[in-house]
Design a protein around this ligand. Structure first.
Ligand code: ATP
Length: 482
C-alpha cells in the first residue's frame, strides 16, 4: 500500500507520464505537463469517458466551448461574488494556507498521535463553522483558540482569514484600461457554464427533447491557494462534465441514477471497489446552486478524496442566465403543453484526478526472485502502450521478424519496439509503463520446423504463451478484453 504520493511522483517522472511544468526553470507551482506515456493514458481515459457518456446514449450530445466567456457569465453564475476560498498567511514565513485545510491538517495530526477526543472536538468545530457568512471569522477563531501553528515553520503569527477569489483574470485587446473590473475577462474555473450558455443553441439544432444531456471535456483554471498535491490539485486542469436537463420533479430520481451510473464507470475503468465510496454532502454544506450533492471519493495515498462530483443544480443556472442575458431558456413540452425551466443534474469528474487515481490504483511492488518488481496493473484498454516487441538479442533474423510484427501491430495498437538491454530489463521497463503484453522473438521460434512462433508474456502474472505469428492479433484481442 502506498503511504504517500512520492512513489507515484517519481515513477511518473522517470517513465515519462507527468513532468513539472517548465521543469528546467525549476517548475511552476501546481502546473504539470504530460509526457509521452502520460498523454496516451490521459487520452485513453478521456476517450473512454467520451464514449461512455455520449456514444452510449441517444440523448447526450457534445460541445466544445471556448475557455474565454462573456464576463457577465461569471456574474450570473455567482463566481465573481462567491467562488472563494478562505486563506490565511503565516506572517513570519509569508506562506499562505487555506484556513479550512490548515484545521484539517491539525485534525489529522491529532489522530495520528492518537488524540482522538481532541481531534473529534476540532472536527466538530470545523463542521459547525459558518458556511459562507461568518466563515472567515469562525475559522480564524478556531485557529487561534486551538493554537494551530504553521506546519512548516511552527510559527503562531497569523493574519486574518480572508476570502480569496479563485478565478484568473485577464483583459482583452489594446483598448483595455488595464485594471477595470468592467472589462475583466476570466479563464473559466469550470466547464459547466459553457454548456448552460449553449443550452438553447443545442436544443434548437440537435432536436433533443427533455430529458437530454450535453457533455464536454476541457480545461479549467483555478488559482488554488494550496497546491502541493501533485495533479490532485492543479491551477490548470481538465474536467469531463455532463449536464443532464430534466423536468422538475424528476430530478431526485435522475440524481440517484447518475450517481449510480458514474460509480459503475469508475469500476469499469478497473478501479478496485474497496477504494471507492460515495460521500453525500450534508444539507447545510451545499453549494449555493445545489439541492443535493455527493462526491465519488477514491482512497488516495493522501486519504479519501473527491474524484468526481454529482450535483442537483436545480434550475439555478438557466434561471440566472435567462435573467442576465434577457433570453428565454426554457423548454416547451408539447405533449403536456407546458413550459418550464429544466433542472440540471451534473456529473463532473477531473481528468487529471482520474489519471492520478488510475496510477495509484494500478501501482504494485512485488517480490520476484528476491528482487522488487514495480508494475502498473492498468486496465489494458487505457494502458499507454499495449504491446512491447523485443528481439531476444540483436541478430538480423530476430530483428527482422520483430520489426515485421511491430509494423503489422502498429495499425491497430500503440506498440513499442525495444532491443536495448537484457530481456529482463526490457520486461521491467514495460511493467513500470503498464504495458499489458510483451512479444519476444527468439531462436526457438524462428528456427524450428513449420510456422514461426513468438512468446507472449503477460504483465500481471508474468506467464508466457508460445503463439504462431499468424495468431498474434487474435490472441491479443482476446486477452485485451479479459
Ligand atoms: P475540491 O473540493 O477538491 O477543491 P471541488 O469540490 O471544488 O473540489 P468541483 O468544483 O466539484 O470540485 O469540480 C469537479 C471536479 O473537478 C472535481 O471532482 C475534481 O475531480 C476536479 N477538480 C476541481 N478542482 C481541481 C483542481 N484544482 N485540480 C484538479 N482537479 C480539480
Amino acid at each position: 500500500e502506498l503511504d504517500s504520493l512520492d512513489k507515484i511522483v517519481s515513477l511518473a517522472k522517470a517513465r515519462g507520464f507527468i513532468f513539472q511544468s517548465s521543469d528546467i526553470y525549476g517548475g511552476l507551482g501546481a502546473v504539470y505537463d504530460y509526457g509521452p506515456l502520460g498523454v496516451e493514458l490521459k487520452r485513453n481515459i478521456r476517450d473512454n469517458w467520451w464514449k461512455a457518456m455520449t456514444q452510449k446514449y441517444e440523448n447526450i450530445v457534445g460541445v466544445d466551448a471556448a475557455i474565454f466567456m462573456h464576463p457577465d457569465v461569471w456574474k450570473a453564475s455567482g463566481h465573481v461574488e462567491g467562488f472563494n476560498d478562505p486563506m490565511i498567511d503565516d506572517k513570519q514565513s509569508k506562506k499562505r494556507y487555506r484556513a479550512d485545510m490548515l484545521i484539517e491538517g491539525e485534525i489529522a495530526k491529532l489522530r495520528s498521535n492518537e488524540k482522538f477526543e481532541e481531534a473529534d472536538e476540532l472536527q466538530q468545530m470545523l463542521d459547525t463553522a459558518g458556511s459562507r457568512e461568518g466563515l472567515c471569522e469562525d475559522l480564524h477563531k478556531i485557529i487561534m483558540e486551538n493554537e494551530i501553528r504553521a506546519p512548516e515553520s511552527g510559527a503562531f503569527d497569523w493574519t486574518e482569514v480572508r476570502q480569496f477569489n479563485l478565478m484568473f483574470k485577464t483583459q482583452f485587446g489594446a483598448t483595455s484600461s488595464g485594471s477595470g473590473e468592467e472589462d475583466a475577462v476570466y479563464l473559466r474555473p469550470e466547464t459547466a457554464q459553457g454548456i448552460f450558455v449553449n443550452f438553447k443553441n443545442v436544443m434548437d439544432t440537435s432536436r433533443q427533447q427533455i430529458p437530454f444531456g450535453i457533455a464536454q471535456v476541457g480545461k479549467a483554471f483555478r488559482n488554488e491557494v494550496v497546491a502541493r498535491q501533485f495533479v490532485f490539485r492543479m491551477r490548470e486542469f481538465e474536467q469531463m462534465e455532463m449536464q443532464y436537463f430534466v423536468e422538475p420533479g424528476t430530478d431526485a430520481e435522475q440524481y440517484d441514477r447518475w450517481l449510480e451510473e458514474r460509480i459503475a464507470w469508475h469500476k469499469e475503468l478497473g478501479i478496485r471497489e474497496s477504494k471507492l465510496r460515495t460521500h453525500p454532502h450534508p444539507e447545510d454544506k451545499l453549494a449555493h446552486y445545489a439541492a443535493a450533492a455527493a462526491d465519488i471519493q477514491y482512497e488516495y495515498p493522501i486519504g479519501w478524496q473527491e474524484v468526481e462530483g454529482i450535483h442537483n443544480r436545480t434550475d439555478f443556472d438557466l434561471t440566472q442566465h435567462a435573467e442576465h442575458s434577457g433570453k428565454k431558456l426554457e423548454f416547451y413540452d408539447q405533449q403536456q403543453q407546458k413550459r418550464y425551466t429544466p433542472y440540471v443534474i451534473e456529473t463532473s469528474v477531473g481528468l487529471d484526478r482520474t489519471v492520478l487515481m488510475v496510477l495509484c490504483d494500478a501501482y504494485r511492488e512485488e517480490e520476484v526472485d528476491g528482487d522488487t518488481r514495480t508494475v502498473l496493473k492498468l486496465n489494458p484498454e487505457i494502458a499507454p502502450t499495449k504491446v512491447g516487441i523485443f528481439p531476444l538479442i540483436k541478430k538480423d533474423k530476430l530483428q527482422d521478424l520483430a520489426h515485421k510484427i511491430t509494423a503489422d501491430l502498429r495499425e491497430d495498437y500503440n506498440v513499442l519496439y525495444d532491443e536495448s538491454g537484457s530481456i529482463g530489463k526490457r520486461y521491467r521497463r514495460q511493467d513500470e509503463a503498464g504495458t499489458p503484453f510483451c512479444i519476444t522473438v527468439d531462436f526457438d521460434g524462428v528456427e524450428s520446423e513449420g510456422e514461426d512462433t513468438v512468446t507472449i508474456r503477460y504483465r500481471d502474472d508474468m506467464t508466457q504463451d508460445r503463439v504462431p505469428v499468424s495468431r498474434i492479433k487474435e490472441v491479443l484481442s482476446e486477452k485485451m478484453k479479459s
